[in-house]
Ligand binder design. Sequence first.
Ligand code: ZN
Length: 232
Amino acid sequence: MVNRSITMRRCPLCHNQHSSVFHQDRKRNMYLCDRCQLVFSDANSHLPPPVEKRRYQQQVAKNQKPLKQFLMSLILQCEQQSTDPLIGLNFGRVAEPDTVLSVESHRHTLYQYDPYFAANHDLLKRQYDFICCYRVFEHFRFPFKEWSLLGKLLKPGAWLAISTKLLTELSAFDRWHHKNNLTHVSFYQHSTFEFLAQQAGFKLLFAANDLILVQKPSGSDIKRDQSSLDDV
Ligand SMILES: [Zn+2]
């Protein structure tokens, strides 16, 4: 039985203090933020980092093919906007050398950052023409931190392409296989990305299951910055 009462649990994305218990099972509780509509798991149920790292190690080979497809279709989209060589960042999941070579064969440069397997912090001090986050957002324990960081890493006019399974049917959550992986701790709805884009002054170009495309406005289009989220 799910208790829908309002709690004072702080949303790890928008920092709203009001969320309700949304789902309970044997392993963990999930909460729904009434402001940004994020569904997030109880911090007490997060796996210890060494356990989480081991799980990721076991899954390194998995998803490489769709990651490459996702990245290459992003490159093709970017090339429709600009013929210049681009500098991109693959954030949160390391692609195989073969994928990096494919990007480089289009004259672009691809850097890779991952907190466990490619923790080069210097890469987080510059800006990029595009950023790819393939099946990464669901793993963010404190997504405010990463969303703020990614916003800063985008050049004006740059694109952020996110692949994460959107939560489209709240009433079907109990049966949603995606939630059973304990490394998945944050679940986003279409409205969550609308909220984030609006807060940051970014353009939400597309948001369907498995592809969310966000563009940082160029130059004078920028209305608000990430600090607006801090006001909450
Ligand atoms: Zn929220």
